[in-house]
Design a protein around this ligand. Structure first.
Ligand SMILES: [Zn+2]
Ligand SMILES: [Zn+2]
Length: 271
């Protein structure tokens, strides 16, 4: 019933040459699980920074050490959270609902009525078709698609680096003792509960974000559809530039710089 009704309703409304409805000014997916997971990501990232400062850096009573590592930890956490916000609040590439059909691309999504482009998938959580959708990630409460993929890659990168920084700081004394021969695997390790919690949070963050980053980079480098119209022709370098921006620059690493004009490609650009 519903699958058959929707496209006809949409095509009848699009007969009047009306322009497709404008994208919402602020993109936000009203999904309860996603909101809980995305909030948890912020709480965990902020607790990791606060715990590192209060339970490790300040008790060390070494001002230079605390200043350097405190600044680095806050820089990485800020970049991770800025990337997270950009991923969550950026339209991942939702196709216009009820847009007039482009020549040669008549296939419509039976669920939202969008004219589908190659690589577009309907997301049941966003309730829209997303261009070059990779997956819907509850931790950023959004789909990872063509227009926010750069921010998602940066979010996983800075989260993994921030967690690795914490892991290295916490394990450095044991590693130094091991190098001096004063420590072996039989030596009991005493960690205060706050530090144990910090270690577990950082270990999980490093494994999870590192895995997501690896999966994203692998999938970007081997994407056969990166060059419109030439599937299978795109090189790994072309694919990387398609996601991060047209030429290498520090902006590739900035969550405040968008990937560039390429993201504006609509159904017409793919023909
Ligand atoms: Zn759809
Ligand atoms: Zn989605």
């Amino acid at each position: 019933g519903r699958r058959a009704d929707l496209p006809s309703a949409v095509s009848s409304s699009s007969g009047g040459r009306k322009s497709p409805p404008a994208a919402p000014r602020v993109w936000f997916v009203p999904d309860a699980l996603g909101i809980v997971c995305a909030s948890a990501t912020w709480v965990l990232t902020l607790s990791q920074g606060a715990l590192l400062l209060s339970a490790w850096l300040l008790p060390a009573q070494r001002p230079a050490y605390s200043a350097v590592h405190g600044s680095l930890s806050h820089l990485l956490a800020s970049l991770a959270l800025a990337s997270h916000a950009r991923t969550m609040f950026t339209d991942p590439g939702a196709l216009p609902v009820g847009a007039p059909p482009a020549p040669g691309l008549a296939a419509r999504c039976p669920l939202c009525g969008a004219v589908q482009t190659p690589g577009a998938h309907h997301c049941g959580v966003c309730q829209r078709c997303i261009r070059r959708a990779h997956h819907h990630c509850p931790w950023v409460n959004n789909c990872v698609g063509e227009d926010n993929r750069k921010f998602f890659v940066l979010f996983t990168l800075y989260t993994a680096l921030g967690a690795l920084h914490v892991l290295l700081l916490l394990s450095a004394p044991a590693l130094r003792a091991y190098a001096r021969g004063e420590w072996d695997l039989q030596t009991p390790v005493l960690l205060r509960p706050s530090l144990l919690f910090l270690f577990v949070v950082a270990l999980n963050g490093f494994l999870f974000a590192g895995l997501m980053f690896t999966i994203q980079i692998r999938s970007i480098l081997t994407d056969p559809q990166s060059q419109p119209g030439e599937p299978g022709q795109a090189s790994a370098w072309t694919n990387l530039k398609a996601v991060l921006g047209p030429r290498p620059s520090p902006a590739w690493l900035s969550p405040f710089a968008s990937a560039g004009p390429r993201a504006a490609s609509g159904p017409q650009a793919v023909v």
